[in-house]
Ligand binder design. Structure first.
Ligand code: NAP
Length: 379
């Protein structure tokens, strides 16, 4: 049964069909592990429920079958299934897209990149009190410098634009590359609104608008203004981006849900994940809350040197699966996975990336890490 979407809510049967993009490189090592962990949790908690996984061929798996690495058919499958778990994808050289991952977000208008960041007890972190950080970052996914509107130095486009600017008394050096940073009221408001809705639904206390409006008044500054124009049942405040990086290190417990523009969000998500020691564990989702399409993805890349070695940490895509279960309302299954994963980490049975930072850790393979989690789920 496909998942349906009405009035802003996903409706799910006991046997939903969920799409899965295995991914390139280490996708083969981590995605099947996550599927097994999710299946085990659903079986343990609900007995009568079961996910039917439907593989969608994207990336190298599609190319092997001589179909485009992101075909219209694959995009339509994502649209019709609505909910997809996705491994990492290689950015093909010379495909016309800067990145397949960005292309999926843009073609399906998945405007909110949602990244929850909190510490897992036992994970080595570079700060003294990693448990104080517990934020959910909403990053605008469709605009900003990521729109890819650029002109190479010396190109016809760059020359024309420099000429146009000169006529308007704006002097730009002749040997400049140029880029545009579009930030619209429409996209800013729908992103901040989704962050506010999330905060209300999840009993979060505030939404912080992060921007660089002191310098870029009509883009970053406008993002802040438009955010404040929305009605909100939670506190909305704002911080300038550079100050926010300090604040998150010095007073992390004062922040909750964060809503920000595309580039700020990119930097902030990784900085926050690093702060809790969890770059390899960071989950993420790309969601359109109006069309009801959601792609839950590992936030790391394809790490080609480890591909097929059964070595890397499947934590990121497992936790993205947890986000997926939460969105679908299968909270109990999500909780069971988090508890089992937490205990596995506390027992120091971890993949190489965490093992190399812990004393007396037992290094396990990707598949073994999954098996340890499943053993705990089944108990
Ligand atoms: P990457 O694949 O994320 O790998 C960088 C390093 O991060 C790895 O060498 C490894 O560090 C560590 N790492 C990544 N995933 C890990 C995991 N699951 N467990 C443990 N450690 C992990 O980044 P990249 O090398 O820059 O990019 C490779 C390809 O992935 C590119 O084609 C890029 O475009 C693509 N990419 C895709 C996505 C996506 O699908 N969303 C995101 C980013 C990049 P150590 O070497 O220190 O062990």
């Amino acid at each position: 049964m496909n998942i349906t979407f009405e009035n802003g809510n996903w409706h799910i049967s006991d046997n939903p069909t969920i799409g899965v993009i295995i991914g390139d490189g280490i996708g083969i090592d981590v995605t099947p592990v996550a599927m097994k962990v999710i299946d085990a949790a659903v079986e343990k908690v609900y007995m009568n429920r079961k996910i039917e996984w439907k593989e969608i061929l994207v990336g190298e798996k599609a190319a092997e079958k001589r179909i485009p690495n992101l075909s219209e058919e694959a995009l339509n499958e994502i649209r019709s299934l609505r909910v997809v778990l996705k491994g990492p994808l290689t950015t093909p050289v010379g495909s016309g897209f800067r990145s397949l991952n960005v292309a999926i977000r843009q073609k399906l208008d998945l405007y909110a990149c949602v990244r929850p960041v909190k510490w897992f007890p036992g994970v080595p972190a570079p700060v003294k009190n990693p448990e104080k950080l517990d934020v959910v970052i909403f990053r605008e996914n469709t605009e900003d410098v990521y729109a890819g509107i650029e002109w190479e130095k010396g190109s016809e486009g760059a020359k024309n634009l420099i000429e146009y600017l000169k006529k308007n008394n704006i002097i730009v050096r002749e040997d400049s590359g140029l880029g545009l940073k579009p930030i619209s009221e429409f996209a800013s408001k729908r992103l901040v609104k989704s962050a506010i809705n999330y905060a209300v639904k999840n009993n979060r206390k505030s939404v912080t608008l992060v921007h660089k409006g002191n310098i870029m008044k009509f883009t970053e500054g406008a993002f802040k203004e438009w955010g404040y124009e929305l009605n909100s049942e939670v506190e909305v405040n704002d911080r300038i981006a550079d100050a926010m990086f300090q604040q998150l290190l010095l007073r992390p417990d004062e922040y909750d849900v964060i809503a920000t523009t595309n580039l700020n969000g990119d930097y902030l998500s990784d900085a926050c994940a690093a702060q809790v020691g969890g770059l390899g564990l960071a989950p993420g989702a790309n969601i359109n809350y109006e069309t009801g399409i959601a792609v839950f993805e590992a936030t790391h890349g394809t790490a080609p040197k480890y591909a097929g070695l059964d070595k890397v940490n499947p934590g990121s895509i497992i936790l993205s699966g947890v986000m997926m279960l939460e969105l679908l309302g299968w909270q109990e299954a999500a909780d069971v996975i988090v508890q089992a994963m937490q205990r596995t980490i506390q027992e120091k049975q971890v993949t190489y990336d965490l093992a190399r930072q812990m004393d007396n850790a037992i290094e396990v393979k990707s598949s073994e890490f999954g098996k340890k989690i499943i053993e705990k789920i089944k108990k």
